[in-house]
Design a protein around this ligand. Sequence first.
Ligand SMILES: NC(=O)c1ccc[n+]([C@@H]2O[C@H](COP(=O)([O-])OP(=O)(O)OC[C@H]3O[C@@H](n4cnc5c(N)ncnc54)[C@H](OP(=O)(O)O)[C@@H]3O)[C@@H](O)[C@H]2O)c1
Length: 252
Amino acid sequence: MSKTSAIIVGASSMLSKEIARQLSAQGVELALLAHDADTIREFATELPSAANVYQLSIEDPQQLIPQLEQVWQEMNEVRLVLVNTGLNSYHPDLPWTLEQEIIEVDVRGFAAICNTAFRLFREQGVGQIAAINSIAGLRGGPSVAFHAAKAFAQNYLEGLSMHAQRLKLPITITDIQLGLLDKAALQHSRIWLSPVDEVARQVVDALLKGKRRVYVTKRWRLVAWLTLLLPEYIYNTRHWKKKKAKEPTAIE
Ligand SMILES: NC(=O)c1ccc[n+]([C@@H]2O[C@H](COP(=O)([O-])OP(=O)(O)OC[C@H]3O[C@@H](n4cnc5c(N)ncnc54)[C@H](OP(=O)(O)O)[C@@H]3O)[C@@H](O)[C@H]2O)c1
């Protein structure tokens, strides 16, 4: 991938930075888009290849789409757009404001980025769109909007891949199904939580190989397989918990 350019959307996260480091070490020129661009300016200057920082307004597609187009124009031929934005939160009351925010970032914003990137690659004739997705999208879950949004992302990417094939265009669509990642490096369960550099290494490897879908780290493929296989009465772990003794009612 040397002497090519890539755009990383959602570049402020620890995982994005590690991916940026690894791509930059291979000579890839980068455009880094972040919610708060100022937080990554210093980081960008430390990278070995050229890296420019741009503002990202994911909540507003009217701003987001021109931002992406502007970045595109300022770069040499872009070969990769990596989407690594995501919002997740859990509240047992499922307040609508929270659900709406997740849908705006993880569904509407995500679709606006991928749709724009696809159009630009279509005009260019070649390229790769990759997204850091989650195995949470395989089934419903307690973070209701988040799980549903990740299912949307998975299907959106599959649709784009089919569309590229229909148009006979060499546009690669890569769905990176992430398990858990040891963000704070605080938990060192070697079995399920992997350090960020290893996660990034597997992501970059999948990008270079032009994979259609990949589980990162690899062992999460097994969890994904089981998740899809389990009937709901086993998948829904609520059923396993002991039921509380019933409060006596007034009549009793
Ligand atoms: N962490 C995990 O264990 C895990 C597991 C499975 C899947 N994933 C998925 O992997 C992806 C990245 O995860 P991560 O752990 O790297 O997440 P993260 O640290 O929370 O980063 C998510 C990125 O999205 C950006 N973002 C969130 N809300 C935004 C908004 N309103 N406007 C603009 N940017 C916004 C963040 O920017 P700011 O920091 O500037 O807000 C950040 O760059 C997500 O899609 C996540 O669902 C993560």
